[in-house]
Design a protein. Structure first.
Length: 127
């Protein structure tokens, strides 16, 4: 994966991480509003560890470790979740997820109208 701790295209330095693994999470956690490009205009609070330690390889196979804190740690965890098949709303507390179900269903309907196809799985409303 290519990761930019600044979290903004054109700013900061991009880091290549081959086969990254988060090997340590801080006990201290923080709730912050997240969004996702895969789910446009949907935002909600997600609790995540404040600090993570990562082990990865560079493009030549050399192992390295990285310690990230606060916003860069949150961005990395969000993107790492994608590699693990986890979406940001799967990290939400049930009562928070409940508040965005209508938006998720509206996005699903919009997809169906634009493409003429059903989504592979319906949004689960039985939380």
């Amino acid at each position: 994966m290519v990761f930019n701790p600044a979290g903004e295209r054109g700013k900061g330095e991009e880091i290549v991480l081959v086969n990254p693994i988060i090997y340590k999470y801080s006990k201290k956690r923080e709730v912050f509003t997240e969004g996702c490009l895969s789910f446009p205009e949907i935002y909600a609070d997600v609790e995540r560890p404040l600090t993570v330690k990562i082990e990865a390889q560079n493009i030549t196979g050399k192992k390295f470790t990285l310690r990230l804190e606060e916003f860069p740690a949150r961005i990395f965890q969000h993107e790492y979740d994608h590699l693990q098949g986890v979406l940001f709303f799967e990290r939400m507390q049930p009562e928070i997820l409940e508040t965005i179900i209508p938006q998720l269903q509206a996005l699903e309907q919009k997809y169906k109208i634009k493409t003429g196809m059903q989504t592979p799985e319906r949004v689960n409303t039985n939380t």
